[in-house]
Ligand binder design. Structure first.
Ligand code: NDP
Ligand code: HSE
Length: 434
């Protein structure tokens, strides 16, 4: 059988890794796919740099549009990143009847509905295993392995860069900027690393997971996003003493009134597996009604782990490209005409537990007044610690039972207005993941 012909848009970290894995494992991959999968051309900006990687065996130039129009190409692999040129090229490839494999979560989080609709219309596949959690086959697991389940929630560490930063800061006491520079050197970080640090990359991925888990359209603009740049070292230390680790989590949860969709740092009990995921590793917990909790762990970024997911998609497309489009696995796990309009809840409607830290004057009645404000808003205190502050007064930390975030925000406003409160209230969410 003729080989499946692939055009690579981009030969950087992921494109280069894809070339290497496809070349090294060509025989094994052909045995699985039923035919060889061959890269026949690539488009980049710097041809000399690309040539140093792939030699003279394939056509390499800068003409990205010629690649997506090339009648010889069966599958276009988009690995240039961004959401402007990438969107244009992916839509052009689809219009030309090409299947598309992409690792570009930013593109799909923002333009996924348009791209999947175009692919459905044209009868081609758009696959994106590498877009979420690098080498972990989490998309296939949710879309296919867990298809019997009504999924209840998904929670995960889905950004390698921030997990690497938090791990190195906690275990080696290294400064934020140094660890970020190391993550960039290792190829984990996005072209714009603020996407990693501010939680945007995790939100791109979470948006896709929510669509796959609950059969709702891709709604990145409804995600609540907080990153790690505002996280204070003292809260990492307090969390540790209280038996928790702080992780940047992506959480999406089905509730009776809608879907929670949020990325933020959270305290996770130190005994949970997720709390012990270190470095650039990712882990995703998925809870289904039939299977219960399931956990997926692996390298969330980097050259070959991400290439592993890209090549898995290439094999899937190769196996399925002759199948009747109506019988293929739907792009977002649910049939396009069976998507749900369940609303995404605002962050004020979210219900979880909280860590609240503040500095107060050490005098009678302080705790009573704060406890009254919390009780008036149905916020129950789970535990509390108080310690003298080295600059006078006392530091108090409350851990609450589950409460509605809107109520917690109102309580914080009232507490900060009390005359004996000396600081803003630091508010972090606590996720028990059960
Ligand atoms: P790199 O920056 O390493 O590589 C980008 C590649 O695209 C380079 O070969 C670059 O060419 C080429 N390129 C960029 N713009 C153009 C253009 N206008 N015309 C032609 N070629 C262009 O990025 P990564 O490989 O790290 O990331 C690629 C995608 O994969 C992104 O969407 C990213 O979010 C995603 N991803 C990355 C992961 C990782 O660990 N790095 C993991 C999972 C997903 P040149 O080198 O010549 O400039
Ligand atoms: N910048 C991303 C991360 C790459 O750090 O997780 C993998 O998607």
């Amino acid at each position: 059988m003729n080989p499946m012909k692939v055009g690579l848009l981009g030969l950087g970290v992921v494109g280069g890794g894809t070339w290497t894995v496809l070349s090294r494992n060509a025989e094994e991959i052909a045995r699985r796919a039923g035919r060889r999968i061959e890269v026949t051309r690539a488009a980049v900006r710097d041809v000399a740099k690309a040539r140093a990687r792939v030699g003279d065996a394939i056509l390499v130039d800068t003409d990205v549009h010629a690649l997506v129009r090339d009648p010889e190409i069966d599958i276009v692999v988009e690995l240039i990143g961004g959401d402007t040129l990438a969107r244009e090229l992916v839509l052009e490839a689809i219009a030309n009847g090409k299947h598309v494999v992409t690792a570009n979560k930013a593109l799909l989080a923002k333009h996924g509905n348009e791209i999947f609709a175009a692919a459905h219309e044209r009868g081609v596949m758009v696959t994106f295993e590498a877009a979420v959690a690098g080498g972990i086959p989490i998309i296939k697991a949710i879309r296919e392995g867990l298809t019997a389940n009504r999924i209840q929630w998904v929670a995960g560490i889905i950004n390698g860069t921030t997990n690497f930063i938090l791990s190195e800061m906690r275990s080696r006491g290294l400064p934020f900027a140094d660890v970020l520079a190391e993550a960039q050197r290792l190829g984990y970080a996005e072209a714009d690393p603020t996407f990693d640090v501010e939680g945007v990359d995790a939100a791109h991925k979470l948006t896709l997971l929510a669509s796959l888990a609950f059969g709702v359209p891709v709604q990145f603009d409804r995600a609540h996003i907080e990153g790690i740049s505002q996280l204070a070292a003292e809260d990492i230390e307090h969390a540790e003493r209280l038996g928790y680790r702080i992780k940047l989590l992506g959480i999406t949860k089905r509730r009776a009134d809608g879907i929670e969709l949020r990325v933020h740092p959270a305290l996770v009990p130190a005994e949970r597996l997720l709390a012990n995921v270190e470095g650039a590793m990712n882990a995703v917990l998925v809870k289904g009604d039939a299977v219960g909790p399931t956990l997926y762990y692996g390298q969330g970024a980097g050259e070959e782990p991400t290439a592993s997911a890209v090549v898995a998609d290439l094999v899937d497309v190769t196996r399925l490209h002759t199948a009747d489009p109506g019988n293929r696995v739907p792009h977002l796990a649910f049939q396009p005409d069976a998507m749900s309009d369940t609303p995404i809840l605002s962050i004020e409607q979210v219900s979880t537990s909280y860590y609240l830290r503040l500095r107060v004057d050490d005098q009678p009645g302080v705790l009573a007044d704060i406890a009254r404000i919390l009780a008036d808003r149905s916020i129950s205190i789970g535990s509390m610690i108080q310690q003298p502050s080295h600059i006078g007064g006392a530091d108090i930390i409350f851990l609450t039972h589950e409460a509605v975030e809107g109520n917690v925000n109102q309580a914080i406003e009232r507490i900060e207005a009390l005359p004996f409160v000396r600081s803003k209230v630091t508010r972090l969410r606590v996720e028990n993941l059960i």
